[in-house]
Design a protein. Structure first.
Length: 187
């Protein structure tokens, strides 16, 4: 025997299928009712899956636009929910990809605004800046990117367009050089 939730699920599916069939036949009132119900359901679904992400409202709107554009593809002989949630899935994936692209773009923008690795003021702010300034430019870049700015060796290597192993060698040699410089200062 189906639970009340399962009956609601089945009833929604049937009702939405009927509303979409009616909308396909040109009934605007049924179409507005369908979009209103779908808006609520899709919003609840996205919030439950992804929390309060900023793109939830935009994603709901994109889903509704996609439903509108694809309404002619709905087959009334089939269940409505699988058709709807295929659209939801694709639009959500698109929104997540755009969100990640925006984040990457913002990160790139921030990187572009960072002071250059050769900027003397950067070293002056860092404890031991005098020691870092005594390193070769390659070693200075390696230390600045990884130890001061917090990049991983792979990220720093990518930024300098060298291999990760070459970056690790630079870091190792730079640290060894800094130790020697510190020992000299201590004497």
């Amino acid at each position: 025997m189906p639970t009340p939730e399962q009956r609601d699920y089945a009833a929604d599916d049937v009702r939405w299928g009927v509303l979409m069939s009616s909308a396909q036949a040109g009934n605007e009132a049924d179409y507005r009712q369908l979009l209103s119900e779908l808006s609520t359901v899709v919003n609840r679904y996205l919030v439950s899956r992804f929390g309060g992400y900023e793109f939830t409202e935009d994603c709901v709107q994109e889903v509704l636009i996609a439903v509108h554009e694809a309404r002619h593809t709905y087959d009334p002989r089939k269940q409505f929910r699988p058709w709807l949630f295929a659209i939801v899935r694709h639009k959500t994936i698109d929104a997540i990809r755009r969100q990640k692209a925006r984040e990457n773009q913002q990160a790139q923008h921030c990187l572009a605004e960072e002071p250059s690795v050769s900027d003397a003021s950067l070293y002056a702010e860092v404890s031991g800046g005098r020691l870092i300034a005594a390193l070769s430019p390659a070693h200075r870049e390696a230390i600045t990117l990884t130890k001061i700015l917090g990049y991983t060796a792979a990220e720093a290597a990518s930024r300098l367009e060298i291999s990760e192993s070459a970056m690790k060698v630079r870091i190792h040699r730079a640290i060894a050089r800094l130790r020697k410089l510190m020992e000299k200062e201590a004497l």
